[in-house]
Design a protein around this ligand. Structure first.
Ligand code: NDP
Length: 507
């Protein structure tokens, strides 16, 4: 990575946090030894094809692109790059599978395949976790303990619904929509795949899924899982390719449903792409969540929740708690505690089991984060970054904390999608609500307080699809997830997620 993309450290500490009671300026007394996860469990193919009609095929025009490891900038593999011709082939394969097999199977039979996929994901979880960390840059402890178990959990959960659609929608007859076009981002590649494929299949739809160009490998390993599970050919098709190919998929006339997770900007384009058709659409877009800490909150717990809220997955999380709203009377204490905690965050090799913050997913994302952080400094906010050595190569960024932030600053308004926290203060609950809702987004929020009544009162006033209380970034397949305003519409997860893949008729 070029040095000029690094932001200078404004304030650093190489000594132990004061709360450790070691005395001023004393060095941290120990270091973690390296604990690298072995890559041996992953067998990387030199070249991956598209997965269409149950088979691996090359792109019609033979095009390929290279996917790299963002922590080393080394190439991992070549991947077939779909064009509009391949999209057409994939949609035809999905349509055939829909008409000839999948929608004709009983829910009970469909469930067997979903249970099988869930089991295989669990059996191969270590392989998936290592591959996901290599291709995306996320720490192995997160891919191992969050992404992959949750992906399997979504297949378990929706397998359970496949033969119970009549109970999910009492008095209504649920029929599948048909062929679903699904476009996923790079921040949770396999998990986003499972959020989309599991409910679609459970409800009797077939799918064509386009993974993000920087993270195609776990989706292509999932293609192997489909083969291993004997899933009928064409039920799942996976077509890596650039953004324009995503648009060919969205606008393909034989697609019945479009599901997208990604930026609000592309979400708008997709909305325009389906306008005037009868395609069903769900959009899960960006966010700028407020994490609100009241003066009666358990502060040490809140600090852990704040850290998890913004530094989990390098902050590349649509629902990240990127705006911290702190009640004025405790602001200094909380910020001191946060700075102490930041000094202990370990940034580095994603495959090291001790790493807390891995690599940023791509050079362009790193440049975006760097530019926004520079704008924060230029607009007058106060930057704090702990002193931590960043690896020589790869796309890394220090966990960053901004104080003295005004509502008008770009870092308080725009989705940064990086490990950058903007701290603002408030005096009263009303002011907290006003500031929290003062954003075009409305995906998530967090509230930290000792009082249940305050939680209920705040939740009812927040314009956010998910509000966590005394925790943050918790996910469960049974729980619906989605946004308000520019964060999109439609829900994934739970029965709501199933609803997005069925047509309901009166019995
Ligand atoms: P995008 O929204 O561009 O990418 C998400 C997915 O959409 C990828 O599969 C991408 O393909 C695809 N795509 C890109 N252009 C089109 C198009 N015209 N039609 C159809 N599909 C398309 O996000 P970026 O990767 O560019 O990230 C930019 C910013 O978006 C981030 O900085 C972050 O703020 C936000 N973001 C939000 C996410 C969320 O979960 N809410 C997830 C990812 C990003 P390809 O990878 O080939 O470009």
């Amino acid at each position: 990575m070029a040095d000029d993309t690094r932001v200078p450290i404004a304030s650093t500490t190489s000594s132990a946090p004061s709360s450790w009671g070691l005395g001023d300026g004393q060095a941290i007394p120990w270091e973690y030894a390296p604990a690298p996860e072995s890559r041996d469990i992953v067998t990387l193919k030199p070249r991956y094809g598209l997965f269409i009609g149950g088979r691996e095929v090359q792109a019609a025009d033979g095009a390929v692109f290279t996917t790299i490891d963002p922590s080393t900038e080394e190439p991992l593999a070549e991947v077939a790059c779909a064009s509009a011709v391949d999209i057409d082939t994939a949609v035809k394969a999905a349509r055939r599978a829909s008409d000839k097999t999948w929608r004709k199977l009983s829910g009970r039979e469909r469930a067997k395949y979903l249970f099988r996929i869930a089991r295989i994901l669990q059996e191969r979880s270590r392989e998936f976790a290592v591959l996901e960390s290599m291709d995306s840059g996320k720490p192995i402890k997160e891919s191992r303990d969050v992404d992959i178990p949750l992906a399997a959990a979504h297949f378990w959960y929706y397998a359970g619904w496949a033969d119970k659609l009549d109970y999910a929608f009492p008095g209504r007859k649920a029929t599948p929509l048909g062929v679903a076009a699904q476009i996923i981002p790079w921040n949770f590649p396999l998990l986003m795949l499972s959020w989309k494929i599991a409910p679609a299949l459970a409800a009797g739809n077939t799918v064509v899924l386009k993974p993000a160009s920087t993270t195609p490998l776990s989706a292509l390993l999932f293609a192997e899982v489909c083969q291993q599970a004997d899933l009928p050919a064409g039920v799942v098709n996976i077509v890596p390719g650039p953004g324009e190919v995503g648009m060919s998929l969205v606008t393909h006339p034989d697609v019945d449903k479009v599901a997208f997770t990604g930026s609000t900007e592309i979400g708008r384009k997709i909305f325009r792409g389906v306008a005037g058709t009868d395609k069903a659409l769900t959009l899960e877009l960006g966010g700028k969540a407020a994490n609100i800490v009241f003066d009666d909150a358990p502060l040490d717990q809140a600090v852990e929740g704040i850290v998890n809220g913004i530094y989990f997955n390098q902050g590349e999380v649509c629902c990240a708690g990127s705006r911290l709203l702190v009640q004025e009377s405790i602001a200094d204490t909380l910020i001191d505690k946060l700075k102490d905690r930041l000094a202990t965050i370990r940034v580095g090799d994603p495959l090291d089991k001790n790493t807390d913050v891995g690599a940023i997913n791509s050079k362009s994302q790193l440049e975006k984060i760097t530019e926004l952080v520079a704008s924060g400094v230029a607009e007058g906010a106060e930057l704090y970054q702990p002193a931590c050595d960043l690896p020589e190569r790869g796309y890394f960024f220090r966990p960053t904390l901004f104080t003295n932030v005004a509502q008008s600053h770009r870092i308080a308004r725009e989705e940064i999608f990086g490990p950058v926290l903007s701290v603002l203060t408030f005096r009263t609950p009303d002011e907290a609500v006003e500031k929290a809702n003062n954003t075009p987004y409305g995906l998530s929020a967090g509230i930290w307080t000792d009082k249940g009544s305050r939680i209920l009162s705040m939740v009812s006033k927040m314009k956010a699809g998910v509000v966590w209380a005394n925790t943050f970034n918790r996910f469960d397949p049974t729980s619906p997830f989605g946004g308000y305003k520019e964060s999109g519409f439609g829900r994934e997860g739970g029965m709501h997620g199933l609803h997005a893949y069925v047509r309901l008729e009166d019995r």
